[in-house]
Design a protein. Structure first.
Length: 190
């Protein structure tokens, strides 16, 4: 746990201090790579994240997928169930409200996606650091690890090249990625 916290203390401030121009450009480069990935093009539904805190801006890619008719779902905190769920957003510009932790989430009137559907779809997952074996370090709240715990669908980590490290510390609750996409490369994980 200490090693994870130390990495977060190093990487989060760096990511949050990135210039908007770099974030947009890297997001465009990541998006161009995402458009060529078979697991995305063949998937009818994607699970994604609304970029925040300096995360790569793949919003344009997500908007484009919505206009192509692909369903995109995003995490939303369910107060009644006291857990995160996923809900489809059909309008990237208007479909969100500020949610828990100040991150944009789908509006409450959108129904949650059934868990049996979430198990099989392609996921785009943010993180603090990744490694080439598919290891992912999140923010420490376990949101995506819980959402992905039963998912058998393809999981793609999204990050900047500088967030790739030799080995991400992990424990039994951490979910491995099948692929990592950065502005510089696509890594198929073993």
């Amino acid at each position: 746990m200490k090693a994870k916290d130390e990495l977060r203390q190093l990487f989060v401030p760096r990511r949050m201090s990135l210039e908007g121009k770099f974030v947009r450009r890297a997001g465009e480069e990541i998006s161009a790579r995402l458009e060529k990935i078979k697991e995305i093009t063949e998937s009818g539904m994607l699970a994604a994240f609304h970029p925040s805190g300096g995360e790569p801006d793949i919003g344009g890619f997500l908007e484009k997928q919505i206009t192509k008719g692909k369903e995109i779902c995003f995490p939303r905190f369910n107060m009644a169930g006291r857990k995160y769920e996923m809900a489809v957003v059909a309008d990237f510009a208007e479909g969100f409200v500020k949610g828990r932790f100040g991150i944009l989430e789908p509006k409450a009137e959108k129904p949650a996606v059934q868990e049996n559907i979430l198990k099989k779809i392609t996921w785009l997952v943010p993180g603090i650091a990744f490694d080439r074996n598919g290891g992912r370090l999140g923010h420490g709240k376990g949101i995506f690890d819980r959402l992905l715990s039963d998912a058998s669908g393809f999981k793609i980590g999204i990050c900047y090249e500088w967030q790739m490290i030799e080995s991400v510390p992990s424990d039994g609750r951490d979910v491995m990625m099948d692929m990592i996409v950065t502005e510089s490369a696509v890594y198929r994980c073993s």
